[in-house]
Design a protein around this ligand. Structure first.
Ligand code: ZN
Ligand code: ZN
Length: 262
């Protein structure tokens, strides 16, 4: 039987061959810390990019607005073999903190920081109440995990103010996304992808969202429209995710009516 090392070599060889004809290689979609992701290897800049399947973002570079899938993490690689090892490690151990995937050590350090530099009271997710700096474009707080759950259920409106079609675009309360290199990274990703499609017009775009396996009973999908109308009346069973969403809406409206719209 082939050893892991031999299999890695074989996979690396396959990816290398693919990269001679294509500018990037997309791995199968994967769930990292509860978030559906695509992991992409870019040839030209030797970059590993982990992007969210459901969440996007916009940024402005050279007076041009770019629209991209939100990048949860990116790093450079030297060899494809090392990239495979890194990717294996990321998918097994990385955790998400305010929109950034990081190793456990970093994650724990951020959690410790909170003891000394606490969040403001209003910086809490409108669904799970955990502290977060992540917001909708209408400036309502929602953590990435709750945003992801909403998007998987195809609920795109703000859970607080009901603004339509707003959840899939990422934002934070300081208006910045990720680190300072982020926009540069996205810029050359955009550049490489544009080139890829120009060179290979028949290649289907690799970024089409797959059908995500339902994380809740399929009934939520089948009766989605009905469910949205009925959900406020359902209170016999233990509170499920969409009920928590409606409760957040109720509470948000109360807060808005009381003039405390934070
Ligand atoms: Zn949350
Ligand atoms: Zn809102």
């Amino acid at each position: 039987m082939a050893t892991k090392r031999q299999m890695r070599k074989e996979l690396a060889e396959y990816i290398r061959t693919r990269l001679t004809n294509h500018k990037f290689y997309v791995f199968r979609s994967v769930i990292i810390d509860g978030i559906n992701c695509y992991i992409i290897l870019y040839r030209k800049n030797k970059l590993i990019n982990v992007e969210s399947i459901h969440t996007s973002c916009t940024f402005i570079k050279n007076n041009k607005t770019h629209y991209q899938k939100y990048s949860l993490y990116h790093t450079n690689y030297d060899t494809i073999e090392n990239a495979i090892d890194k990717i294996e490690f990321i998918t097994r151990t990385y955790k998400l903190y305010n929109g950034d995937l990081m190793d456990e050590k970093n994650y724990n350090a951020y959690k410790l920081e909170e003891e000394f530099i606490p969040y403001k009271d209003y910086q809490s997710c409108c669904i799970c109440y955990k502290n977060t700096i992540e917001t909708t474009l209408c400036n309502h707080y929602i953590c990435f995990h709750c945003r992801e759950k909403c998007l998987v259920l195809r609920k795109f409106d703000c859970p607080l103010c009901r603004k339509q079609n707003i959840l899939s675009e990422y934002n934070t309360d300081h208006g910045l996304i990720n680190n300072e290199q982020f926009s540069n990274t996205l810029y050359f990703i955009a550049e490489e992808e544009e080139e890829e499609y120009a060179d290979n017009p028949v290649v289907p775009p690799p970024l089409t969202p797959p059908t995500t396996p339902p994380s809740t009973p399929p009934r939520l999908y089948q009766n989605q429209d009905q469910e949205e109308e009925e959900e406020e009346e359902e209170d016999q069973e233990p509170e499920n995710f969409s009920q928590r969403c409606s409760r957040a809406i109720q509470q948000g409206l109360t807060r808005i009516l009381n003039g405390n719209n934070t």
